[in-house]
Structures are given as C-alpha cells and as structure tokens.
Design a protein around this ligand. Structure first.
Ligand SMILES: CC(C)(COP(=O)(O)OP(=O)(O)OC[C@H]1O[C@@H](n2cnc3c(N)ncnc32)[C@H](O)[C@@H]1OP(=O)(O)O)[C@@H](O)C(=O)NCCC(=O)NCCS
Length: 260
C-alpha cells in the first residue's frame, strides 16, 4: 500500500486521497474545489482503487450537502456532523488584543504545536506532522502562528488559509492548561485580520457538534452559523465488488483543506 497523497481522476471528476493522519489502514477522500461534486459511480470506482491499495476503511473530508450525495449513493454513512460557521466581510472585527505574543511557527515550534494539538483534540481529529503540513499547504496562501507563554512555551497555534478570495480557519488549538485566558481569541483574531489584509470576502470554519467553547469563540468575533452544516462520512471496504479500471493517481496538488 502506498502512503502517497494524490488525486484520483475520472473524466472531469477528481478527488484528493491519501492515508488518514495517524491510521494508515484508513484512507481519506476529499472533493477538490475545481471539479464537480463526485458522482456515486465515481466514488464506487475510487473505493475499488483504495481497496486494491490495501485500505480497510475510508473517511471523507468535511462535505457540504451537494458533495455528500455521491458518497451516500455509494454506501457511505454519516461519521460525524459538523457546524459550519461563516464570517462575512461586512462584519467589523474586534481589535487585536496585545497578549499573548503571537509569532511565526518555526521548525522547533512546529513540534511544540503538535504536542498542543495532541492535548487539545481527540485521537480521531489529532494531527501528525503530515496532517499539519497538509493544512498549511491546502491553500495557496497560509498563515501558521503560535501563541507564546513564559520562556517561549507554546500555548496554542492557528493555521489560516486563503484561496480565491475565500478564507479558512484550518486549525485552532490551545493547550488545556492555557484555555480560558484569551489565547484562542488572540490567535483567531490574528488570523482573521491577516485574512482581511490578503483580500478575502468571507471566512469559513467548521467545528464538532457540542464544541461550545469553539462555537462561543467564533460567535464572539462575528461568525454566524450556516444551518446546512457539513458532514464527515465513512465506509468500510470489505466486500466491495468494484474495480479501479481506468484510473490514474496523479501527483499531489495544492488544494483547499479544512478540518476542525
Ligand atoms: C476552542 C479553543 C481554541 C478556545 O481557546 P481559549 O483560549 O480557551 O479561548 P479564549 O480564552 O480566548 O476565549 C475566547 C472566547 O471563547 C469563548 N469560550 C472559551 N472557552 C469557553 C468555554 N469553555 N465555554 C464557553 N465559551 C467559551 C468565550 O466566548 C470567550 O470569550 P470571553 O473571554 O469574552 O468569555 C480551545 O478551547 C481549544 O483549543 N479547544 C480544543 C480544540 C478545539 O476545539 N479547537 C477548535 C476547533 S474548530
């Protein structure tokens, strides 16, 4: 089984795929922005290919209702529902608080940001180094910043990205011991002010159901909820009787990402 991340193309249809973060037996599949929503037939063919590559389960990215259709046709079920929150350009942002200090994440701070991530997220959503790299590379422009505490300790981090006038909060995490002291708000506002400077007209973020801390934080800076929400879907691969004939796995490209 290859660990490569790549694109599966069939006619005009295309998805991005690769091993899921910390579990190499699970593949992720995500639609790409410049292709039509995947059809049921295309998704079934993708499953054939991923089965041949040795994966046992497949999980999707966070999908809009239009993007879900083909996956549901092919037998996927809902793994997790997510809130989708939107911030429009017309909303005036609160000013940037002076503290804590926010700095560029270098190599050493990236390792510390991953430690924060492991403390802040459950195993399913946790990033490994490749997942974090992917979140930074998912958009043509991105900003990866850490919030610093005493003696340079990393209290939290944020990754924001911009693509075609749209902004995304790709990741926001604060170490549990540092939560509730304004670290998340500073990181979020740092990213949002940057997204305004690079000319985005709208910013989107998704978060898990019941994540009241995150929902309250996003609302406090002016995000509103899109009631359609998003879903992560999943399926097992045993017993799938389709083949991958006619596919090509293409080299990795820079594409929009997004995960809680
Ligand atoms: C969500 C998260 C980033 C918030 O960071 P934080 O540093 O604790 O948040 P802040 O102290 O900056 O709080 C800012 C605002 O968020 C809201 N908030 C934060 N924690 C909250 C909680 N436990 N319950 C309700 N609201 C909360 C409040 O509106 C608060 O504003 P206030 O200070 O005026 O009351 C942090 O809890 C976290 O890392 N959680 C785990 C990972 C995660 O869920 N990330 C977001 C995924 S999209």
């Amino acid at each position: 089984m290859s660990a490569a991340t790549g694109l599966i193309r069939w006619g005009t249809e295309c998805v991005r795929t690769g091993p899921w973060r910390t579990d190499a037996s699970v593949a992720f599949v995500s639609p790409v922005t410049d292709a039509p929503p995947p059809s049921g037939e295309f998704v079934r063919r993708c499953l054939g290919l991923l089965g041949e590559r040795g994966f046992q389960n497949v999980v999707t990215g966070a999908l809009s209702p239009e993007e879900q259709r083909g996956f549901l046709d092919a037998g996927f079920t809902v793994h997790e529902k997510l809130h989708l929150l939107i911030l429009d350009k017309a909303v005036e942002l609160p000013p940037l608080p002076p503290r804590p200090r926010v700095r560029r994440a270098g190599w050493l701070r990236t390792a510390r940001a991953l430690e924060v991530d492991a403390m802040a997220f459950s195993a399913f959503w946790r990033f490994d180094r490749a997942g974090l790299r992917e979140a930074v590379a998912a958009t043509p422009e991105s900003r990866f910043r850490v919030a610093l505490g005493k003696r340079g300790s990393v209290l939290g981090y944020a990754i924001c990205g911009a693509a075609a006038g749209r902004g995304f909060v790709q990741r926001l995490a604060v170490a549990p011991a540092a939560q509730g002291h304004g670290v998340g708000k500073k990181l979020l506002l740092d990213g949002l002010h940057w997204l305004r400077r690079v000319g985005t007209f709208q910013v989107a973020v998704n978060t898990q159901m019941g994540n009241e801390a995150a929902l309250s934080l996003y609302r406090s800076v002016g995000f509103h909820e899109d009631p359609r929400g998003l879903c992560v879907l999943s399926t097992r691969l045993d017993g799938i009787g389709v083949t991958s004939a006619g596919f090509g796995l293409q080299p990795r490209e820079r594409l929009r990402g997004g995960s809680p």
